[in-house]
Design a protein around this ligand. Structure first.
Ligand code: GLT
Ligand code: MN
Ligand code: MN
Length: 382
């Protein structure tokens, strides 16, 4: 166990390797087996969808047994359940969405299912509740009134915030964006879109985001920038770490498997900002792997984060890099009076000041050197 709060979903290490073209390649592990596997590799927490733990068609007595067994496994291993969520995408009932389905009965069922899943998560002490609206979207916009869809989504979240408060669960909701897959287009496709939407809710302070590396990358965006915006807004409630190549299907690779440098900048942002929430690896092992390979995958995610966190320390302590950064960010006494909030005097002084535009444009910034030094540091060459 490390100082970082590393967590995995039951669906991550439990992934059996089914894909749109092929059958499972690994055997199904029970939730109890997964908890023991995670403990063996040194994880801190385990997350679940309602139906990862309790099958959708389980009887009341089966459910009671599953819950008791899972509680025992957590007790035996010391693992915690920081986050829970609802499967609102697997069953055919959700083929046209859950909270935004055109069918009012499906929308009502989605609310009912989520309340039950929140009850289940609360039983295990989960404090973060994730909403990934995988089926909230469309293939053809002939089928959807987009404004109604957003309204229904808002109404559902408002209802569930009230439910959490009424039950005294103390959940914080974390909305997870994804641009597409499994829908042709998913509503609110980026973390930025989610951040805008949150401000339209009745209780915006209860709701933040759960950005995922792969999802922003699929959209061709810089994930680290999205996370920075979430931190700036005080909304980084949870994070899904994995890796992804742009322009591909949702790959959910081991954290750091593809983009070493970008993964480093992400870890640097999180570490420097003092993010101390769960670091959830929402990824799965390659389809080529057996059970040992799954453990290698899980250990790899955590080890990569730790190595990058160590590199962040080195970056922050590297004299040459820091000297360059100090030079780049050097203060300028002459323009210092122009900084700060608006005052009529400050505005007047700034308007009257003569800038040397040529000199401003002529200055080299040294970013080539800085980037090369970063690369050398990451490669262990300095
Ligand atoms: C699913 C999805 C993830 C979400 C999970 C939470 S389920 O695996 O691909 O990105 O985080 O619902
Ligand atoms: Mn994903
Ligand atoms: Mn995710």
């Amino acid at each position: 166990m490390t100082q970082h709060k590393f967590s995995f979903g039951l669906w991550t290490v439990g992934n059996v390797g089914r894909d749109p073209f092929g059958e499972p390649v690994r055997k199904t592990l029970s939730p109890v087996e997964i908890v023991h596997l995670l403990a063996e590799v040194g994880a801190w927490g385990v997350n679940f969808h309602d139906n990862d733990l309790v099958p959708i068609d389980a009887s009341a007595s089966q459910k009671a047994q599953i819950v008791a067994d899972f509680k025992q496994a957590l007790k035996d291993t010391g693992l915690v359940v920081p986050m829970a969520t609802t499967n609102l995408f697997g069953h055919a009932a959700f083929k046209d969405g859950a909270f935004t389905s055109n069918d009012p009965a499906v929308r009502a069922y989605a609310l009912q299912k989520t309340m039950a899943a929140m009850d289940l998560g609360a039983e295990f002490g989960a404090k973060t509740y994730v909403f990934w609206g995988g089926r909230e979207g469309s293939e053809t916009d002939a089928s959807k009134n987009l404004l109604e869809g957003l309204k229904w989504f808002r109404e559902a979240l408002n209802f569930l915030c009230e439910y959490s408060n009424a039950q005294g669960y103390g959940y914080r909701f974390a909305l997870e964006a994804k641009p597409n897959e499994p829908r042709g287009d998913i509503f609110l496709p980026t973390t930025g879109a989610m951040l805008g939407f949150i401000q339209t809710l009745d209780q915006p302070e209860m709701v933040g985001v759960n950005p995922e590396v792969a999802h922003e990358t699929m959209a061709g965006l810089n994930f680290t920038h999205a996370v920075a915006q979430a931190i700036d807004a005080g909304k980084l409630f949870h994070i899904d770490l994995n890796d992804q190549n742009s322009g591909r299907y949702d790959q959910d690779y081991r954290f750091g498997a593809q983009n070493y440098k970008q993964s480093f900048f992400l870890v640097k942002l999180l570490q420097d900002a003092g993010y101390d929430g769960p670091l959830h690896f929402d990824a799965h092992a390659y389809r080529s792997e057996d059970l040992e390979g799954v453990k290698d995958f899980a250990r790899g995610c955590m080890r990569t984060y730790e190595i990058l966190a160590e590199k962040v320390k080195r970056f922050n302590a590297d004299a040459e890099i820091q000297a360059l950064l100090a030079q780049i960010n050097a203060p300028n006494a002459e323009v210092e009076p122009f900084r700060g909030a608006y005052t009529p005097e400050r505005a007047a002084a700034l308007k009257a000041y003569q800038f040397d535009r040529q000199a401003l444009g002529a200055r080299g910034l040294g970013y080539e050197k800085l980037d090369q030094l970063t690369f050398e540091l990451l490669m262990g060459a300095r």
